[in-house]
Design a protein around this ligand. Structure first.
Ligand code: ARG
Length: 587
């Protein structure tokens, strides 16, 4: 593994060095380098600096040019406008840098020097309930962040904090006791049957619960039995959990997402810690008794009528809820899993809950220095009409129906294009699934997570515009070039001059690592998506302007262009994999 500094980073360093040589009193000043249309890069830093030191920016810029000296990296550097530097990289340096990337499995992207442990809480549906589009977002964003963090060398531990505890289980279990046989054993059902069984039991038990006072009372007693660990009750509870997991796994599989059983650690897993969590908070004075409940108050967090909103650690009846399990989970994650970062991919509507939980943990000393907690609250999924996503009848849309429809539409697109190039039915079906699921993931990931996003299948599977299908086609097109290449092989030829479209593609390829590291650091998968879209667009231009197999410059140029094609394909493939999206070979 050899990490390759990017051209942008090398130029930045060179200009910064020249700047401090030309102007020692400037110290370590930032040359403010950015990509430019006029040259490859523009450095603007001289303007602010000259202003600060009351000098002339053009003169300062000229001094920097003198100090920079010439070597193979720069082809041209000139002062322009009020005191910018326009910088053009040598063609040879571009090709050589790309060749160094190509020689490395990781495309020359460095690993973090001091990786930490990030515990990432994502994909957390609720037992005995249907998954909805909100759960989809957490799963898709969480999975992508995890791939991105892993790629930078961070150690990640997944936690699927499923909703597997709470008073509703009293009702469900009591119903099952009185109506045995309503839930087929988990081993005998598939995901769809599991969910439809659970739905039936849920609805039926709810109906009795709402209409029959005596049942309601029995259900309440059942909650107590569950909490006190009664064996029969726990066994039945486990059946609901197991049945739900069959369903969850079927959805995750459809989503082409790997979920590990040992990382499904739901609310109930912290039961044994709850009492201690409460005791520690009470003893340290972080939590106080109020009307029998154990609560934490915050000056800065107020609700209606300016009343303080407390976090309830323990209810007056002694029961523990959502907050207590999250607080216990923090203790487990920090002290047992040695997390340095706690990342929660949870709907933005829970951000107040997390603010209070984090603040409580901080006061208790569980979130100590060197441990950061972050809720990546994501926005709501909207329908194509811009309103919260519902069926025409106003019901929440079943996640599986949605995924099935995406795959169906994608398969139609794939079939239309694929039949003429001789794809078999099996290939069409496989590719249709990869394109359909990719489309759903990409639409989500290409929007900034904090924003709401529109679930619009027509737009998602469109071949034009910022869609995963467009990226997948760019990849497949490159693969098809290689199938037609005959004996020609990719090889870098640094001695060749590059066409403008080759330079633009090459400079963008060189930015992959920096983009991923930045996006992983700020938890912004949409920056990777935007990068990949830019890459596919630049490739399209290159492909239009620069014949590859029929390059006019002879076999060396064919080889060099194939080399650019190959590095583009590898970068697309790696980048899409970070987003959890596949790249079919033939489309
Ligand atoms: N199961 C919860 C829900 O569906 C999300 C859990 C989020 N994670 C957590 N640690 N609270 O709303």
């Amino acid at each position: 593994m050899a990490s390759v500094p990017s051209l942008a980073a090398s130029v930045q360093q060179r200009v910064a060095d020249a700047l401090s040589a030309a102007l020692p009193e400037a110290g370590a000043a930032d040359p403010l380098l950015r990509r430019s249309d006029r040259a490859d890069f523009q450095a603007n830093g001289m303007l602010a600096l000259a202003k600060k030191l009351k000098g002339n920016p053009r003169e300062l810029a000229a001094k920097v040019v003198d100090a920079i000296g010439q070597d193979g990296l720069l082809q041209e550097i000139e002062v322009s406008g009020p005191g910018f530097l326009n910088i053009t990289i040598a063609d040879r340096a571009i090709t050589e840098t790309l060749a160094a990337r190509a020689a490395d499995d990781r495309l020359g992207v460095p690993l973090k020097e001091n990786p930490g442990v990030t515990v990432i809480d994502y994909a957390q549906p609720n037992v005995a309930k249907e998954m909805h589009v909100g759960h989809l977002r957490s799963a898709v964003i969480g999975d992508a962040l995890r791939h991105m963090l892993d790629f930078t060398g961070e150690k990640t531990v997944g936690r699927h904090h499923i909703g597997d505890w709470g008073t509703q289980f009293g009702m469900l279990i009591q119903y099952l006791i009185e109506n045995p046989g309503e839930l087929a054993p988990a081993a005998d059902v598939d995901g769809e049957q599991a969910m439809s069984n659970l739905n039936r039991v849920y609805k039926a038990s709810r109906a009795v619960f709402d209409s029959d006072e005596a049942f309601k009372e029995r259900a309440r007693k059942r909650v107590v039995a569950l909490q006190s660990g009664d064996k029969e009750t726990l066994d039945l509870w486990q059946r609901f959990v197991d049945e739900s997991k069959v369903y969850f796994y079927s959805v995750f599989e459809k989503l082409d997402m790997e979920i590990r059983d040992d990382e499904i650690v739901g609310e109930s897993a912290y039961n044994d810690m709850m009492a201690e969590t409460a005791r520690l908070l009470e003893e340290s004075g972080v939590a106080v008794r109020s009307e029998g409940a154990l609560v934490v108050f915050f000056d800065e967090i107020r609700g209606k009528d300016d009343q303080p909103v407390p976090l309830i650690v323990q209810k007056a009846d002694g029961g523990f809820g959502y907050a207590a399990s999250d607080l216990s989970a923090i203790r487990n994650r920090v002290f047992d899993l040695n997390a340095t970062t706690l990342l929660y991919v949870v709907d933005v509507r829970q951000s107040l809950h997390f603010r209070m939980v984090f603040e409580t943990a901080r006061r208790a000393g569980w979130l100590k220095d060197g441990v950061t907690a972050h809720n990546m609250g994501y926005g709501t999924v909207l329908g194509a009409d811009g309103k919260p996503f519902k069926t025409r009848e106003g019901e929440t849309v079943r996640l599986e129906d949605l995924l099935d429809e995406a795959v169906e539409r994608a398969t139609a697109v794939v079939r239309e294009k694929g039949e003429p190039i001789g794809l078999t039915d099996q290939e069409i079906a496989e590719n249709g699934a990869q394109v359909g699921i990719g489309a759903v993931k990409y639409a989500d990931l290409s929007t900034s997570p904090s924003r709401d996003y529109k679930f619009d299948l027509d737009q998602m599977v469109s071949l034009n515009g910022d869609t995963s299908v467009y990226l997948q086609y760019a990849y497949a097109r490159i693969r098809s070039i290689f199938r037609k290449a005959g004996d020609a092989r990719p090889a870098a030829h640094p001695e060749l001059a590059l066409a403008p479209a080759e330079r633009a593609l090459g400079l963008h390829l060189d930015q992959f690592g920096e983009t991923v590291i930045e996006a992983a650091g700020s938890y912004e998968p949409h920056k990777v998506a935007a990068y990949l879209y830019g890459l596919a667009s630049l490739f399209t231009t290159f492909y239009d302007q620069c014949p590859v197999l029929k390059a006019e410059g002879g076999p060396e140029q064919v080889a060099n262009r194939l080399f650019l094609c190959e590095l583009t394909a590898r970068t697309l493939h790696q980048g899409m994999a970070l987003l959890g999206i596949r790249t079919p070979e033939r489309l």
